[in-house]
Each structure stands twice: as structure tokens, then as C-alpha cells.
Design a protein around this ligand. Structure first.
Ligand SMILES: [Zn+2]
Length: 147
């Protein structure tokens, strides 16, 4: 997380880090929160149950690879980085990635797993307007899913 933020904001000179940048940052934070919320709703509706244990209680959006990398944080693809997990399975993944990673590899194959990891390791800096575009895309997909 720290590394990424450092990367994203490193082009601002330190002495230029004034209140307008602080404002900009909080608007950006809101965009990110909105995306997190929308993607979580989408993933939980799409999968309907925990992909690991089948529970339908306390569902969350689980990330195969950590959500620190934006390029795979809001990944709606079937074989993407986001899949529904119940809260206990999601919590377990924090310190034991084996069950979720094994599930992914069994379901989509080792090649897809390697591809996903490669994508996850790709640094892409999202501009605010790109985050806004993404929000629009997720809203549309969510609408299609519920219709
Ligand atoms: Zn579970």
C-alpha cells in the first residue's frame, strides 16, 4: 500500500503539497471507496456464495492477490482477481493464501494463475478520470447483472 501511494504521488513536489492537493486526495479517496463498494456488490451478487466453503453468510469480495494493486483490485472478469468469500474464509486468506490460491488454480488452471499474478505485478497509475470511467463501467455491469 505504502509503496503504491508513494508511486502515485511521487510526481508532486514536496513543497507543492498544499491544501488543494489534500482536497484532491480526498476526492480521489472517495472515488476509490465508491469503486470498492460497487465491485464488492457486483462480486457478491455474481457469485452468490463463498467460493471456498459455499457459505451464504457474511459475504465479502475476496482478492486472490492483495488489493494493494489497483489494476487487479476491481477485477470483474470471471477468471479475474475478485471472487466472493465469506468473512471467515476472507480473513483466513490474510495469513494463509493456500486455500484460495488452490481453489483458483483448480478452477482456472495454472496458466491463468500465472497470468493473473503477472497482471497483479503490473504498475498502472490510475488518474481520477480513469477511476470515474471505471465507476461507470462497474455501474453498467451491475445493472446488467440485476436485470
Ligand atoms: Zn467461506
Amino acid at each position: 500500500m505504502l509503496l503504491l501511494y508513494h508511486g502515485v504521488h511521487s510526481h508532486y513536489p514536496i513543497d507543492n503539497y498544499n491544501s488543494s492537493n489534500a482536497l484532491k486526495k480526498s476526492a480521489r479517496k472517495k472515488l476509490i471507496e465508491r469503486l470498492d463498494t460497487l465491485v464488492s456488490i457486483y462480486i457478491r451478487r455474481r457469485d452468490g456464495e463463498c467460493v471456498i466453503c459455499g457459505s451464504k453468510q457474511r459475504l465479502t469480495n475476496g482478492h486472490v492477490f492483495s488489493r494493494d494493486t489497483y489494476i487487479t483490485r476491481w477485477d470483474l472478469m470471471e477468471d479475474g482477481n475478485c471472487h466472493c468469500q465469506c468473512w471467515p474464509c476472507n480473513y483466513r486468506h490474510e495469513f494463509d493464501t493456500y486455500p484460495f490460491h488452490t481453489w483458483y488454480r483448480n478452477r482456472f488452471g495454472d496458466e491463468k494463475f500465472a497470468e493473473l499474478y503477472k497482471r497483479y505485478r503490473t504498475i498502472k497509475k490510475f488518474k481520477d478520470f480513469e477511476l470515474e470511467e471505471l465507476i461507470g463501467e462497474v455501474e453498467l455491469k451491475l445493472k446488467c447483472l440485476t436485470e
